[in-house]
Design a protein around this ligand. Structure first.
Ligand SMILES: *Cc1c(COP(=O)(O)O)cnc(C)c1O
Length: 347
């Protein structure tokens, strides 16, 4: 297995006061104060005891978000872990799964590690996913909605088609960014027994450091994930993560307020980039994906890094000239645009 592993390369994590960090799609705001209260209380109470292996109360809280019972919910140590367990539970060695060529790079990492063959679907010229290419997959389908790093959202009608055109195979919709987008596919769960939706507290709820993600689907899919988890590690969610995630998910008002603010910032930042001559895709996420026709993306990213501004660049065609810029606070974005202008002036 070690020979086969080609690990995911995450964006740089540099701790420093002067770094403007817009490279890993973290939330620029702190989590709800209720999260901190809950963690402080728990910290003083019972860290000497193992946490709940079934995390029932957190599963109930997640279910309540979408009017589903706890048996429709699985919780994991970040959605990356939920994704890994899903590959193990639903995708087989001999059956080819399908996902977009330009997408979250962990899918290829997991497919390789777990020895699942895969077919990559080329994006259209406008970077949308050609929906028909996801039909009749031999082994199943996985894609993010909105897609990363393109930031584009697929309508629920199209998602429904993908599910219907893959009967008896599991369709996984990775909704890491859905709170910044139109609608979640969770509303389709009661209609389809082959749909698994994965979400996270890392982006919209500002808890990337706590590591809590979850999957929603019909109980037979959840049971399969539990079987895998209990064959690996009974306690994937520690006590602090459990109470913190619960408090964050319950504080719907706080999440909405922060998400709305990020969407407001996204609007003006998108306009500003266009004024500077960038082509910007219509984002439904907390980041922008943009290219400039007369400035090289890789060089822009390097120059910004020299100025302690981190953004993400992927050196793969056809997106090798694009930059992925996480939406920060208004102040951070103002600072970003100053530095970007400086970088462009030097070229
Ligand atoms: C950020 C991200 C994840 C991982 O989220 P964690 O819950 O922090 O592991 C999964 N999928 C996509 C598409 C992401 O962008």
């Amino acid at each position: 297995m070690v020979q086969r592993a080609t690990p995911y390369v995450p964006g740089k994590q540099i701790d420093g006061v002067d770094i403007l960090k817009l490279n890993t799609n973290e939330n620029p705001y702190p989590p709800s104060p209720k999260v901190i209260d809950a963690i402080e209380t728990e910290m003083k109470a019972s860290l000497q005891l193992y946490p709940s292996p079934t995390v029932d109360s957190l599963r109930e809280t997640v279910g309540e978000l979408y009017d589903l019972s706890a048996d429709h919910v699985f919780v994991g140590n970040g959605s990356d872990e939920v994704l890994a367990f899903s590959f193990m539970a639903f995708f087989e060695h001999g059956e080819e799964i399908v996902f977009p060529k330009i997408t979250y790079s962990f899918y290829e990492v997991y497919a390789t590690l777990f020895d699942v063959p895969y077919k990559l679907v080329e994006l259209e010229r406008d970077f949308t996913i050609p929906v028909e290419q996801l039909f009749q997959a031999e082994g199943g389908v996985i894609f993010p909605n909105p897609n990363a790093p393109t930031s584009l959202y697929m309508t629920l009608d199209s998602v429904r088609e993908v599910i219907e055109q893959n009967p008896n195979k599991v369709v996984i919709v990775d909704e890491a960014y859905v709170d910044f987008a139109d609608k979640s596919a969770v509303s389709l769960i009661n209609d389809y027994d082959n749909l698994l939706v994965i979400q996270t507290t890392s982006k919209s709820r500002a808890l990337a450091g706590l590591r809590v993600g979850f999957a929603l689907g019909q109980p037979h899919l959840i049971d399969a994930l539990v079987r895998i988890k209990d064959s690996m590690n009974s306690y994937t969610i520690d006590r602090l993560a459990l109470v913190g995630a619960k408090a964050a998910i319950k504080d719907v008002y706080y999440t909405r307020k922060r998400v709305d603010q990020i969407i407001e910032t996204r609007k003006w930042a998108q306009e500003k980039l266009r004024e500077m001559g960038f082509c910007v895709l219509p984002s439904q996420t907390n980041f922008l994906f943009a290219e400039h026709y007369s400035y090289d993306g890789a060089i822009l990213q390097e120059k910004l890094q020299e100025m302690n501004v981190l953004i993400r660049h992927f050196n793969v065609p056809p997106i090798e000239n694009y930059l992925r810029i996480t939406i920060g606070t208004d102040e951070q974005m103002t600072q970003f645009f100053e530095k970007l202008q400086q970088a462009m002036d030097q070229m």
